[in-house]
Design a binder for this molecule. Sequence first.
Ligand code: PLP
Length: 227
Amino acid sequence: MVEGIRERLGRVWERIEAAAARSGRPASAVTLVAVSKTMPAEAVRKAVAAGVRIFGENRVQEAREKIALVPGVAEWHLIGHLQTNKAKLAVALFSRIHSLDSIRLARELERHAEEAGKDLRCLVEVNLGGEAQKSGEAEEEVRTLLAEASRFSHLAIDGLMIVPPFLPDPEAVRPFFRRLRLLRDQLVREGFPLTELSMGMSHDFEAAIEEGATLVRIGTALFGTRG
Ligand SMILES: *Cc1c(COP(=O)(O)O)cnc(C)c1O
């Protein structure tokens, strides 16, 4: 029999549990975001039946179509870059944005969340690699964004997110995870209430959890290779 989502989910949770234990935390300290981008609604349905509650999508339009086909999913998270002209739709579709990467976007999200009478949880995406082609706020700008956004009443910015440069060896990625945690700890000392760290994907989530991840974004290890 072809291995299904149920078996894959079981093994991913075993690995999450073991990594959490190595960081002195219970597995319940880690939230699994199943990244369903490019996967059909049917795959999401099967994952729901297997017990998955939170799904991550990286494109607003694709998410809109899929969400309509799978009613009753607990939560949808946006994990990819969001254009300001799609902020209104994103507010309607998602309960959390992992990829808040500019003050302009924060202002648009706040405006639309207020209009919709919703509260939106957000993470600031940090670009620790300083790679110009990637989205995310550079370390210094994160502080400025947090300071302005702390006045917003409909955005709850409660953590940081990182998509490190792709390096096949998880040990090569670990320093990025550690730096994100240290930055979070520093910002907490400065008074920003940041509890969440969204970091770790299929090939490196164990290192991310060992370094303090509270949200892991896992696609391939659950759904198989994307076409
Ligand atoms: C696709 C994607 C993931 C999941 O990647 P996998 O390697 O399939 O686990 C996680 N985070 C972001 C931002 C992504 O775009």
